[in-house]
Write a protein that binds this ligand. Structure first.
Ligand code: SF4
Length: 456
């Protein structure tokens, strides 16, 4: 099964200009959401143009091949990970069926995938991959034979999907986006002149000089075609939204706004709350690049302790998050980050990171700091302990591997070699305005759709 934390992008230019270059720049901005593969498909009403492959955006696309992508409508995607098979799931996925062509880019995980796929297979569908996007495409194709339009087919399909999804679909003459009714994954609508864009994060709009029009609301479907931009909100507000709180903690870029809230400001505010909940006496506050930096700034603002750049990042190494073996992770940390001795030598340090998953990365970071001359390292974590898995697409390992499941906080502190350890309390999310409409199940076990999944 795919575990996606991907990025999607779509564009529709009412003036008829080629949209590929804008999608390319948007995907470049969304690269942090997926580094395994990427692709762009465009449509000039006559034919489709496709380029997709394994690799980073700047590896897959060149000035020359981008110039071959013609058309005023397009869809793009960056993919986080494969299921293991070669090219399994590289998106966007393109298919031809009785109503013409269909192209889909999707971020999310369908929790009733097995049941829906089995149903399709028993009706004769053939699959080339285990990609959830391919299964969604099959469902839309079937629904399209029973409905009057692509948007109706996508709406009918979305109504049967459980789990998380932000989907951008291109039919021969339309660009349509839909977001699951809990809104687990972000999706926004942007505009520059007469060109409209969908993107997983608003920072993708900044780079192409577009402005954010609005977020696609949880449960909403938005269609763009020759008649204009149409919002369908029949499913909006049917459940309490549950946007992934971890987008603010880790996934999203700090220059993005998710559902109207600044990721940067959320991180600064969380850092302030972290100090209030877990103060420490130290000479400097150091953030773990990149997602820990703004938490550390907030901690420094609130505490009055000086902020220092105590870790230097090698920007040419991809994210490691929670992939690979312990040994790979250990080496990856050392290659990716190095301690800045001049900033920490002989000092007591507060080291702020976004989370602890297995504990391996934290142990390596603390070793780096101490090798770099830090006298004491007080570890502060800008999220509560990770104690549950995520069925909505975040690649959290089995519970038995999670540090906070295996050990008490004191035991984790000793295990990672810290002089003290403090986590953000759950209540701090409330105080920074991240309450009421957010999923926090990996910290609490409160799965927003638990009842409906149990009923299946
Ligand atoms: S369980 Fe955690 S990672 Fe998954 S959607 Fe909820 S908050 Fe996000």
């Amino acid at each position: 099964m795919l575990h996606e934390e991907c990025g999607v992008m779509g564009a529709y230019d009412f003036d008829g200009g080629d949209v590929a270059i804008d999608i390319y720049h948007g995907l470049y901005t969304l690269q942090h959401r997926g580094q395994e593969s990427c692709g762009i498909v465009t449509n000039d009403y006559v034919k489709l143009y496709t380029i997709k492959n394994k690799g980073l955006v700047n590896e897959v696309f060149t000035k020359e091949n981008l110039g071959t992508l013609k058309g005023k409508i397009g869809v793009g995607h960056v993919l986080y990970g494969y299921t293991g098979e070669e090219n399994d799931g590289i998106q966007p996925i393109v298919s031809r069926y009785c109503k013409g062509s269909m192209t889909i880019a999707m971020n999310g995980t369908i929790t009733n995938y097995d049941e829906l796929r089995s149903e399709l297979e028993h009706r004769g569908a053939i699959f080339q991959s285990s990609s959830h996007a391919e299964m969604v495409m099959n469902m839309v194709a079937v629904a399209r034979t029973q409905t009057h339009s692509a948007e109706e087919a996508l709406a009918a399909t979305a109504a049967r999907l459980q789990g998380s999804f932000s989907i951008v679909l291109m039919s021969p003459k339309k660009l349509i986006a839909v977001r699951d009714r809990y809104g687990f994954k972000p999706l926004s609508l942007g505009k520059r002149g007469n060109c409209y864009f969908f993107a997983s994060e608003t920072s993708a709009f900044d780079v192409i000089r577009a402005r954010t029009v609005c977020d696609v609301k949880p449960g909403e479907l938005v269609k763009i075609d020759e008649t204009g931009v149409t919002h369908y909100d029949d499913n909006v507000g049917k459940v309490t939204p549950a946007q992934c709180i971890f987008e603010y903690v880790y996934f999203a870029r700090p220059d993005s706004y998710i559902d109207g809230k600044s990721v940067y400001q959320a991180r600064i505010d969380i850092g302030r709350e972290l100090y209030k909940a877990c103060p420490a006496e130290a000479d400097v506050v150091v953030g773990v690049p990149s997602s820990g930096l703004h938490f550390a700034l907030g901690y420094a603002y609130e505490s009055g302790i000086r902020y220092a750049d105590g870790l230097v990042k090698n920007s040419y190494v991809g994210r490691t998050f929670i992939k690979g073996t312990d040994e790979v992770r250990r080496e990856a940390v050392s290659v990716k980050l190095n301690a800045l001795r001049g900033a920490i030598d002989g000092k007591d340090v507060v080291l702020v990171d976004d989370s602890i998953v297995r504990g391996t990365t934290s142990a390596n970071l603390i070793r780096l700091m101490k090798d770099g001359g830090a006298r004491k390292v007080h570890m502060r974590i800008a999220s509560p302990p990770f104690i549950h898995s995520c069925p909505y697409g975040t690649d959290i390992p089995d519970r038995k591997y999670l540090a906070a499941v295996r050990m008490t906080i004191d035991e984790i502190c000793a295990d990672i070699g810290a002089d003290s350890l403090g986590y953000l309390p759950m209540t701090a999310f409330d105080r920074v305005g991240l309450c009421g409409r957010y999923c926090d199940a990996c910290f609490t076990g409160n799965y927003p759709d638990a009842a409906e999944r149990k009923n299946k």
